[in-house]
Design a protein. Structure first.
Ligand SMILES: [Zn+2]
Length: 202
């Protein structure tokens, strides 16, 4: 067991969690061989900002936030991605190196139905195997070279977890749905007629 490594990472202390104190720096951003990560049973506690994940930042900016929409918080890139990633060898995966864990973040997005800002919770489960021959419920991760950056695994998983169209889950929360019920389009005509009539009398 490695329970001694499950230490809370404190943000109010300036972002210097226990793992930052190590001379090697932030393991989330270090490129290492999966065999090496697996051999040391590396457990990475994830506490990072959306801006630390390149593809996620780009995709959110492009798909979830229309650039001409005013009144949106600008600090969405500071939203905290939290989670855990554990490396090891898995006998069921031919003793290949694996990574498993989860990541979560809440993103300030824009509802594509009513164009109002809303909080979009994202969650991703990771079950990855490095090398030929793995399978089952583990997804094979293609390595560009013999090393990987753990942040890339999280980045990819969160991008894959993004909805095709971001919108309010509950119809009751969505302005587009409630407005459509309360104000049928036909109501416009009598009011327009009344206004025209009042205009004549004056
Ligand atoms: Zn909506």
């Amino acid at each position: 067991m490695e329970t001694d490594r499950f230490q809370p990472v404190r943000f109010d202390s300036g972002g210097r969690g226990p793992y930052h104190a190590r001379a090697m720096g932030n393991p989330l951003l270090q490129r290492r061989a999966p065999q090496e990560l697996a051999a040391s049973r590396e457990l990475i506690e994830i506490k990072a900002k959306v801006s630390d994940f390149e593809r996620l930042s780009e995709t959110i900016a492009k798909d979830l936030r229309p650039p001409d929409r005013d009144g949106l918080p600008d600090d969405w890139r500071d939203s905290i991605v939290s989670g855990q990633l554990r490396f090891g060898f898995n006998a069921a995966q031919g003793d290949l190196p694996t990574a498993s864990g989860q990541a979560a973040v809440t993103i300030a997005a824009v509802c594509q139905r009513c164009l109002q800002p809303f909080s979009l919770p994202l969650q991703a489960e990771l079950k990855l195997v490095f090398g030929e021959g793995g399978g089952g419920d583990y997804e094979q991760w293609e390595l560009d070279d013999d090393q990987l950056c753990p942040a890339d695994l999280i980045d990819e998983a969160l991008v894959m977890a993004l909805p095709l169209a971001a919108m309010h889950d509950a119809e009751s929360a969505c302005k587009a749905m409630t407005v459509a019920e309360e104000k049928p389009g036909r109501m416009r005509t009598p009011f327009a007629g009344l206004k025209a009539q009042m205009g004549k009398e004056n």
